[in-house]
Design a protein around this ligand. Structure first.
Ligand SMILES: Nc1ncnc2c1ncn2[C@@H]1O[C@H](COP(=O)(O)OP(=O)(O)OP(=O)(O)O)[C@@H](O)[C@H]1O
Length: 310
């Protein structure tokens, strides 16, 4: 996938301002075909503006945007059947029923997905005859997602796909997005929840004030420079100098309260194996064994000095 295939989306030094506000400030982005990229950032970071330029709704002031190798504004007619767009806040016809809306959009597609299957997969069976304006916010969002996907697009833009959904609906949507990956669909989504980014994304780009502040896989971003902690419980007053001797250099096990042990540093599988092997050797059962890793939330705070609002 990283070979010669051209990226599904490519942004080169893209700038977009609204009056005095520079919403996107020299952004570079490359989304390989078949991958899921999450744009992560707080409110006002420039995520929606970036996605709107990819969708052809807004032109950049400078720089270039290429989507499936085409210009999203001048080649809009060619691109439209190949991409799926889910806008923030849905946007259905107020009086139209959920099922009819989806059928109508499917009717325009050359090779649509089965609308019934989509309604079922997204937990919308029971509201298929309900007018759009009577759906809950989360149901409107799921219908908007179904509308974005029913035409079997190669590339999908999802702007905060699970905003306002309860946990159950969110998991239905995550499962569906995951199945798009298996079908080779490229997905660009925006989110300001870390959990969603970690759950779905192959690649993450963290943006703040319209600029990229970090990029990588969720694992890369949380591992880089990470200080981890391994904790476990066992009988008190174990001779920790013996444990230190079997750990790689630089790890100092401590007994924080009687019977509670802590090892700080990068906790890799070797460290974990050394601890459990040592416990086995001295005939001790370590319980409540837990590894805490740096979260993406911590990464964001470190990079920007600000917290992400979920
Ligand atoms: N049409 C517009 N007119 C004026 N300012 C705008 C417009 N669209 C966006 N902005 C400004 O550009 C900046 C980036 O906004 P954008 O909506 O792209 O951020 P975002 O990361 O998607 O935020 P959110 O998570 O709140 O959706 C903000 O300061 C916003 O107020």
């Amino acid at each position: 996938m990283t070979g010669l295939a051209p990226p599904a989306v490519q942004l080169d030094v893209v700038v977009k301002s609204f009056g005095p506000v520079t919403a996107v400030d020299g952004l570079e982005l490359s989304v390989p075909t078949g991958r899921i990229l999450a744009l992560l950032g707080p409110n006002g970071a420039g995520k929606t503006t970036t996605v709107e330029m990819c969708e052809g709704f807004t032109r950049p002031d400078s720089g270039t945007v290429r989507v499936l190798g085409l210009d999203p504004v001048t080649d809009a007619a060619t691109l439209r059947p190949r991409i799926g767009v889910m806008l923030q806040g849905g946007g259905g016809y107020p009086g139209a029923r959920a099922g009819e809306t989806l059928q109508l959009i499917a009717a325009y597609a050359r090779n649509p997905l089965d609308p019934e299957w989509l309604l079922h997969t997204l937990g919308l069976d029971e509201v298929r005859n309900t007018a759009y304006r009577r759906l809950s916010g989360g149901q409107q969002q799921r219908l908007a997602l179904a509308c974005a996907l029913v035409g079997r697009p190669e590339l999908v833009f999802l702007d905060e796909p699970t905003a306002g959904m309860d946990a159950q609906a969110r998991h239905l949507v995550w499962d569906l997005i995951d199945s798009l990956r298996r079908d080779g669909v490229t997905v660009v989504l925006t989110t300001h929840t870390m959990e969603e980014a970690e759950q779905l994304a192959d690649q993450l780009v963290i943006i703040d004030h319209g600029r990229q502040v970090a990029a990588g896989t969720p694992a890369e971003l949380t591992r880089h420079g990470a200080e981890g902690q391994l904790r476990f419980s066992a009988p008190p007053q174990l001779d920790l100098s013996l444990l230190a001797a079997v750990l790689p250099e630089g790890y100092q096990p401590q007994e924080t309260t009687p019977g509670t042990y802590l090892i700080e540093g990068e906790i890799d599988p070797q460290v974990m194996a050394a601890v459990t092997a040592w416990c086995a050797r001295i005939g001790v059962l370590a319980t409540d064994l837990r590894v805490d890793r740096r979260s993406l939330e911590d990464v964001f705070l470190e990079l920007t000095g600000r917290e992400l609002r979920g």
